[in-house]
Write a protein that binds this ligand. Structure first.
Ligand SMILES: C[S@@+](CC[C@H](N)C(=O)[O-])C[C@H]1O[C@@H](n2cnc3c(N)ncnc32)[C@H](O)[C@@H]1O
Length: 478
């Protein structure tokens, strides 16, 4: 087999650019150290330099040879007329590609052959050639996959304007997770959120007579007097699910389940101060699978709250009629808990609205017609659909805004709490306001509302929500 000195061969920079990320090089190096280079490198002569070559296929082998101080490597010398990019791609075609590598190949073809929307291939042979290459890629990887990757590139270009490291970091993360669709959705949301931020700025609050939403952490409720709130109704951030990029006060991200629960329990300390002596605090909390098993945050939270002096007045199970389907070897997760805490023995707890509406429970009235409703509350089980924010999304879009919150609860949940544990004119608090679903129900039911939220764009979404016409499937006793 022919051999060439390592110092007479250059790495192929195009291949390096296309197939950058190499986190298994150490293992590769060890295997070369043990067995030597078994497969020859493919090289081609450099046009202008006698006796010097460029790699066509084998950058990693050349790099390993240099690291191991090998003077020569086995080669096959190829005389070629093909463009370097085409050669690189052709020589890598049998290897399983990472998503970032497929993306770089597509982008390379687009750029090199001037593929743009509206450019006609019948008039331009170069474009025609590019389209043929792209077609081959589509055949191999599917159009949907390529389109999603191109979208990922588009989103990353927007996001890396502020921080250029984002592009490579995100692609690295994509290669590790392998989830193209998940990455596309996450990045799309990030882009929408950054568009929102540009419109709203860093601060946004709602200060009106009947509703106030403060942009600050709800650990400290200094705006609220002692013993003044009839009911606290809230759904805290999910554990380790969503990073709203809101700094260290943000709950739910990057902690162990126990740390999260401890922080959440002490977060509610000031709620005890502001809650009336006969008030109740309704906390909607669900569980989450992490590292192959349930975290049991809801159960851990309950135990810690009791240890912290709260009394558990009631326990309701919220069953979702249309939960998110999860493919795994466990049941679909279709419920969350609603824990009703109190600080004293006696509370205002009026369920007469349930009896008054017994006939209508499970139904809604539309004109003269009674239709079956998705809402059903019997014993300690409430069944509803998950939140349907279609109207809010449309309303936001009308105002040139994106609805970016994806963890809202349906309005029937806070409505049950408010009707049961307060009277018209009372003050209701949601320390984790989100898009203000509790606020919307509060106003509809003639109570007053205070919310706390770290993210100014969610407060803007709250403003849009409370100003839009009220519609819901639940007949609420106003
Ligand atoms: C599950 S969401 C609430 C959704 C709300 N129930 C709705 O229907 O729109 C939790 C919210 O808590 C906010 N949050 C996280 N940490 C917070 C903190 N320390 N103080 C106030 N809000 C916080 C998050 O930004 C997020 O919007």
């Amino acid at each position: 087999m022919e051999k060439v000195k390592t110092n007479c061969i250059q790495e192929n920079q195009i291949t390096n650019n296309l197939y950058k990320v190499d986190d298994q090089f150490e293992d590769f190096l060890k295997s070369i150290e043990l067995d030597g280079i078994l497969e020859p490198l493919i090289i081609q002569p450099l046009n202008d330099k006698e006796g010097e070559y460029e790699v066509v296929s084998g950058n990693r082998r050349l790099r390993a040879a240099r690291e191991l101080n090998l003077k020569e490597v086995p080669v096959v010398i190829q005389e070629t007329k093909l463009l370097s990019e085409e050669l690189s791609i052709a020589h890598q075609q049998y290897r399983e590609k990472k998503p970032s590598e497929i993306l770089r190949e597509v982008l390379n073809i687009k750029e090199r052959y001037g593929l743009k929307q509206g450019v006609r291939s019948d008039l331009n042979p170069k474009v025609k050639k590019g389209q043929e290459l792209k077609k081959k890629m589509v055949k191999k990887h599917s159009k949907t996959k390529i389109d999603k990757l191109v979208k990922i590139d588009k989103y990353l270009k927007v996001l890396s304007k502020d921080d250029p490291t984002v592009y490579d970091n995100e692609l690295h993360r994509l290669d590790k997770s392998g989830s193209i669709d998940g990455t596309r959705k996450r990045l799309e949301k990030k882009v929408k959120e950054s568009e929102n931020r540009k419109k709203v700025g860093d601060t946004f609050e709602i200060i009106r007579e009947k509703i106030k939403v403060y942009q600050k952490s709800s650990e400290n409720l200094s705006e609220i007097n002692d013993n003044s709130v009839a009911a606290i109704v809230t759904s805290p951030p999910y554990y380790d699910v969503r990073d709203y990029k809101l700094g260290k006060n943000q709950l739910g991200h990057d902690l162990s389940a126990d740390d999260f629960v401890n922080r959440l329990v002490s977060h509610f300390d000031d709620c005890k101060r502001v809650l009336r002596k006969n008030g109740t605090m309704w906390v909607v909390i669900g569980d989450y699978v992490k590292d192959y098993g349930y975290t049991a945050v809801a159960e851990k939270f309950l135990v810690k709250m009791l240890e912290n002096g709260w009394i558990l007045h009631d326990k309701i199970i919220w069953v979702k009629n249309n939960p998110v389907y999860t493919s795994s070897n466990r049941c679909v997760l279709a419920n969350e808990f609603i824990y009703v805490f109190k600080k004293n023995k006696f509370v205002h707890y009026d369920e007469s609205w349930v009896k008054n509406h017994q006939e209508n429970i499970g139904f809604v009235k539309l004109g003269n017609e009674k239709l079956k409703s998705v809402f059903d509350f019997r014993d300690n089980i409430v069944k509803t659909n998950v939140a349907n924010n279609y109207s809010l999304r449309k309303e936001c879009e009308k105002k040139g805004f994106n609805l970016t919150h994806d963890a809202t609860f349906p309005i029937s949940i806070p409505s049950i709490a408010i009707m049961t544990s307060s009277k018209p004119g009372d003050l209701i608090l949601d320390p984790f306001n989100g898009t203000g679903t509790t606020g919307q129900s509060t106003l509809h039911l003639g109570r007053k509302y205070i919310g706390y939220e770290l993210n100014p764009t969610f407060i803007k979404q709250t403003e849009i929500r409370i100003d839009m016409p009220f519609e819901d499937d639940l007949e609420i006793a106003a």
